[in-house]
Ligand binder design. Structure first.
Ligand SMILES: Cc1cc2nc3c(=O)[nH]c(=O)nc-3n(C[C@H](O)[C@H](O)[C@H](O)COP(=O)(O)OP(=O)(O)OC[C@H]3O[C@@H](n4cnc5c(N)ncnc54)[C@H](O)[C@@H]3O)c2cc1C
Length: 413
């Protein structure tokens, strides 16, 4: 059966945050869009409380403002004005073993009067996008694409056998979808046997708009202020340690966390058992060809240490909007080859830079005690601190390599 209702020029797939934001961008591009959002996966339809947060950099916040998302957030985005980074375990200082080498527990500390980033609840962001999606009468179809046909007439086929022709296919279906390979893209796995424990923490002292990142032997432990008394936690550990930690009861887990993080942010307490998130970072060198573009986690899977995954997805959506608008001005349709070429050219450098930086930071500093970690520590203390500080600061503020119009807070005309 062929879907003959209309000639859909652009087909969008996926139902995560990238797909929602992409749908809004495609709406502003004035494209004729069919959104095949997929069926909720087993467990997705449950309404379990979701306290996961996303840190959005400064440029990304301008984009959310321009799209009209920010005023619709149920709770305001929490500004981050200070970032502290440490490359050493808290108990090094307590035991005094390395006092002579380590003068301070947080060697990198930078502060800005203007917020460097904002922390937003994922759930609030999804709800805000949904309000606009309803307002613009965008109607996602709950069908899964099963097949992509690139030879002859370009079309996708859903699980019922319905065929949908496309001029441009935008895949925002996460990092695990088989559609990436089916569309002819090659995903390189950077998996390192790490799991993130993700949760919400209450603090005994005010959070003071601060984000912390402590690089420990098994991975970074990150805390982001999400309101005056709560932090959002992303604690990267080995898969084996995740098993051990998840078996602890909450008071035991609290003391393990406080021992590993130290006292800088007051006494920390889990508000609920953490979620367990196996980490599968990946890299895709080419993300656009033959009328198909990848965006969001389908195009790049970063280690969460920099809090940049969704920020890159925002840049993907904003860049594709720029490409479509430029093509339109020249009288070209979304089928034109220049769109994929331009999108690939605009996204490649930033994705490569961020994948490399996050991989390097994760592997360099998150090593068991020993030579490599010592070298890492000395490098951070004496040689590389300003370089790494510059990198992390750029990560926090965003928009270094990518300058789509929406990142300056304007919808492209
Ligand atoms: C622990 C952790 C903390 C993070 N913190 C931050 C942060 O602070 N800041 C930040 O910017 N990023 C952060 N990230 C990254 C960010 O969460 C992701 O980059 C982002 O959620 C990716 O969204 P997505 O829509 O691209 O993919 P996903 O969220 O994976 O959504 C893709 C959706 O598509 C659906 N789908 C799959 N196959 C099909 C199909 N065939 N048809 C239709 N639909 C399909 C899937 O079911 C899924 O729901 C973090 C990630 C982790 C793991």
């Amino acid at each position: 059966m062929i879907d003959t209702h209309s000639q859909h020029q652009v087909i969008l797939t996926g139902n995560g945050l990238t797909a929602q934001i992409m749908a809004l961008c495609l709406y502003h591009a004035g494209c004729n869009v069919l959104w095949l959002a997929g069926k909720p996966m087993a467990g997705q339809e449950k309404t379990a409380p979701d306290n996961r947060t996303t840190t959005i950099h400064q440029a990304g916040m301008k984009m959310l403002d321009a799209l009209g998302i920010t005023p619709l957030l149920a709770s305001p985005a929490w500004p981050i004005n200070r970032i502290l980074v440490s490359d050493r375990p808290a108990d090094d200082r307590i035991s005094g073993q390395k006092k002579d080498v380590y003068k301070t527990d947080w060697p990198m500390d930078w502060h800005h009067d203007q917020p460097m980033a904002h922390v937003v609840l994922n759930h609030d962001l999804q709800q805000a996008c949904n309000i606009l999606i309803d307002r613009y009468q965008i109607h996602p179809k709950q069908v899964n694409i099963t097949t992509i046909n690139k030879t002859g007439r370009r079309l996708v086929i859903d699980s019922d056998g319905t065929e949908y022709p496309f001029d441009l296919l935008v895949i925002c279906a996460g990092g695990r979808t088989k559609l990436i390979g089916q569309a002819g893209f090659r995903k390189i796995s950077q998996k390192a046997g790490q799991t993130a424990l993700v949760g919400m923490l209450a603090s005994s002292t005010p959070t003071e708009h601060t984000a912390y990142q402590r690089f420990l032997a098994e991975g970074p432990l990150a805390l982001m202020a999400m309101d005056d008394r709560h932090f959002s936690l992303v604690w990267t550990v080995s898969d084996q340690s995740a098993d051990r930690l998840m078996a602890l009861d909450l008071p035991e887990l609290d003391s393990e966390l406080n021992r590993q993080f130290g006292e800088q942010a007051g006494q920390l307490r889990f508000c609920a058992p953490p979620l367990r998130w196996p980490l599968s970072p990946h890299y895709v060198r080419k993300i656009a060809k033959d009328g198909i573009v990848l965006a969001g986690d389908s195009a790049h899977g970063l280690h969460p240490l920099a809090g940049m995954g969704l920020n890159l997805g925002l840049a993907d959506a904003a860049c594709l909007l720029d490409c479509l608008m430029q093509a339109r001005k020249r009288g070209l349709t979304p089928a034109h080859i220049s769109i994929c070429d331009r999108y690939q050219a605009q996204r490649q450098a930033e994705i490569l830079a961020l994948s490399a930086t996050t991989q390097l930071l994760n592997r360099w500093f998150s090593r068991p005690e020993g030579l490599v970690r010592m070298v890492g520590g000395v490098g951070m203390s004496l040689v590389g601190r300003s370089v790494i500080m510059g990198q992390l600061k750029q990560l926090a503020m965003g928009g270094r390599l990518s300058r789509p119009q929406l990142f300056s807070g304007k919808l492209p005309q």
